[in-house]
Design a protein around this ligand. Sequence first.
Ligand code: SF4
Length: 452
Amino acid sequence: MTKMPPQYVSTTNACKLCKPLGASLAFRGVEGAVPFLHGSQGCATYMRRYIISHFNEPIDIASSSLGEKNAVYGGGANLKLGLKNVTEKYHPALIGIATTCLTETIGDDVKRLLFEYRQEFMQDGGPLLVQVSTPSYSGTHMEGFHAAVRALVEQLTKESAPNGTVNILPGFLSAADLRSLKEIACDCGLIATVLPDFSETLDGPALRDYPLIPEGGTKIKDIQAMSGAKATVEFGYTLPDQLSGGVHLEKTYKVPLHRLGMPVGIRETDRFFEVLSELSGKPVPEKYSMARGRLVDSLVDGHKYVFGKRAVVYGEEDLVIGLTSFLAEIGVQPVLCASGGTSGSFVKAIENAVTGFPVEMPRVHEGMDFHEIGELAAELKPDFFLGHSKGYPLARDLNIPLIRMGFPIHDRVGGQRLLHIGYHGAQQLFDLIANAMIMAKQDGSDVGYSYM
Ligand code: SF4
């Protein structure tokens, strides 16, 4: 008898988040901006909950608050009323409007609605309105993030005279990464426009009063002048051209584009510094060559703890590629690289990431969910998991450490302060991994070791 194929394919805990969530994060990285969801309250509440639990900071995400009636008759009236309320309450410089599954399904023409809104309510001025289409059923939070960055560049940047700056489009990094990126550019003698920059808006100091819009973020006038930059540096090997702000700046304003991987690990960080050196015309500052030297020394000291270990890495495609490259550098065998993203470039990028290092090509899967990751992990017998908090139940089942990286991290504090990039970031990653391996050995030993 022929075996019946499965009657359906289900997803169990997808290894990705919602598309407008990514857009909201990107909009939060612009000075004076309020993210606005054209959708139901529930969507905004879910996103706020996710973002707050990772960053431990409040985030206001406004919503057009659609109900059942709007699903039938359209959400135009609510969108306009919502924009009016947000303008009056927050006095924002910019409102970043992202659509949701509901408004994309009912087919609201947001562009036309915003045209009408401008005619009706903005004759005497008002905030800039930037709009992005982010139906979550067709992509990941990273695609929403990139789409929002692209929309900001497309809708705000104007023709500008050469200004000697450098655009950096870093993708979704931690707040600590963004601070480090700005410091690196400054130390290299470059004036950089980093877009987006939520290093302060989502990781600011304690304040006596809650500001409706927190200080910080990429200045709007700097985004408008990105066309005058001498180059754009954009991170992301899996970023498609249609979602790339760098490609738009190159095609529209002829700003040369340097597409790099996330500078995670020595090889990718070296590439990043080479480009910065080329753009500044200066050698790498001593502070960074010293950090690189210390990092190499620590790898020599600690290789015995990590060499030959096996890891499952999952999360956003470009972060997984960076982490895989770093693992290969330190002699860890990545056995599974998984992502919920479906860029089509993931496998090739992982192949490039491990080329030149003494490790085998790992299993690589796009569009994976945590059920499948769990099944494969049980078979592949890793020594540790590397990824965000959603892999915790799987690591716990296998009784192996989960080393938390990426987003979301909501069962530890400090996710926003994790440094992934540059030589300093690689140093922190190495120490984390080596110490996790030492701890696992101590915990699994009957004798216990005080010296390892
Ligand atoms: S309904 Fe769609 S847009 Fe709303 S939270 Fe869910 S996945 Fe995101």
